[in-house]
Write a protein that binds this ligand. Structure first.
Ligand code: ACO
Length: 337
């Protein structure tokens, strides 16, 4: 029997507390106008309590499993994508697995930052097609708000990021009609570590000395994300356009045939530029950054869930997705939902 990987359930969760750009004006030396003009962001959700990353992941997972029409016991693998883990180790997927009350199933944490969801989808697809697994839960979840420099020093980065989680269930089904079946059609993954330090958190880390972090490093703010925004912008637009074109070629579809584009949500200007480079009509791109900011590994599954709820993404539609992020990593996917 030939298999296909179908996205059978999608769910998402954001913490209730909303922080608008006007709220940020009160703590950072910034303005709503600056943030909206450069990024498109109007507001983001930030936790204001003890909520952990796996707590957000749990809420999104339960909804995705329910929407797949499955019981959590049907899940036979978890792939967890995050750059803001609950703890240094073990991976956050292990904490989620225990919270779901599941035992023994394989758990894989991946660290591909903004490209985490595309990497996870590609890995899940391979496991499903091999016949070894039936229902893989993919989670992209971030709590950025606890790790941002919320002083004027960090304003270039802190205004960009939000908290949230998205999850999908990828299920093994029989392939009947390769042109019509809902399935992951093609995925492509890339990375270039030469740019690792253009967008990173330096400390703590074993490359930072015997105690992994020093008081001087803390004073310098090396525990917070550092970004060369202009370099990221240039590479993100180039790489997203490239890998969208090549994945469509591999999937044997024209860009014009794609019904909906689900891009990573780093910056509205990045997505507009990619649309311009590829002559994609803006109305075919479903953006959510205005209300969530950049939720890194969560942006694509969170956007997918919102698109379904808004009636924009319907069963049978052809979807193309692309992401770019720290690493640098980038990747793309074409799937029929
Ligand atoms: N509010 C007000 N002013 C600010 C802020 C802020 N939050 N942040 C920086 N500024 C000031 C700077 O101090 C600087 O002032 P100066 O001209 O007096 O020196 C001025 O604004 C321009 O600063 P730049 O850092 O050069 O800002 P830039 O124009 O590059 O815009 C931005 C920053 C929006 C991040 C841009 O570089 C960009 O779009 N980068 C793409 C990367 C991105 O969006 N990353 C998101 C996360 S990564 C990912 O998911 C792929």
């Amino acid at each position: 029997m030939k298999y296909r990987s179908e996205i059978t359930g999608v769910g998402s969760y954001v913490p209730p507390k909303v922080f608008t750009n006007f709220d940020l004006e009160k703590i950072l030396d910034t303005t709503d106008e600056w943030i909206q003009q450069r990024t498109g962001i109007i507001e983001r959700h930030w936790v204001d309590d003890e909520t952990s990353n796996s707590d957000l992941g749990l809420e999104a997972s339960l909804l995705a499993i329910k929407n797949a029409g499955l019981d959590k016991k049907d899940i036979d693998m978890i792939i967890y994508a995050t750059l803001s883990p609950d703890h240094e180790f073990p991976g956050t997927g292990c904490f989620l697995q225990a919270k779901l009350g599941l035992h023994e199933i394989a758990v894989l944490d991946i660290r591909q930052q903004c490209t985490g969801f595309i990497y996870a989808l590609s890995i899940a697809d391979k496991f499903i097609l091999s016949g070894s697994h039936k229902n893989i839960l993919i989670v992209g979840s971030e709590i950025h708000s606890k790790g941002l420099d919320k002083t004027p020093r960090g304003r270039n980065v802190s205004v960009l990021f939000g908290d949230g989680a998205g999850a999908v269930v990828v299920s093994r089904k029989e392939l009947l009609d390769s042109k019509k079946d809902s399935r992951v059609i093609a995925t492509q993954l890339f990375a270039d570590g030469a740019f690792a330090k253009e967008l990173w958190i330096e400390a703590p880390g074993v490359a930072c000395g015997n105690d992994r972090i020093s008081k001087e490093m803390l004073d310098e703010g090396l525990q917070y994300p550092q970004m060369n925004g202009k370099t990221v912008f240039v590479h993100a637009t180039k790489r997203m356009a490239e890998c969208l074109g090549s994945v469509c070629q591999e999937a044997n579809v024209n860009l014009a045939d794609v019904d909906l584009f689900l891009f990573h949500q780093a910056n509205l200007r990045i997505n507009s530029k990619v649309a311009e480079m590829l002559s994609i009509p803006e109305e075919k791109i479903f953006n959510t950054i205005q209300n969530y900011g950049n939720t890194t590994a969560a942006t694509i599954p969170l956007g997918m869930d919102d698109a379904i709820k808004a009636g924009v993404l319907k069963k049978g539609m052809l979807v193309a997705s692309a992401a770019f992020g720290s690493g640098f990593t980038w990747g793309s996917a074409v799937f029929r939902y």
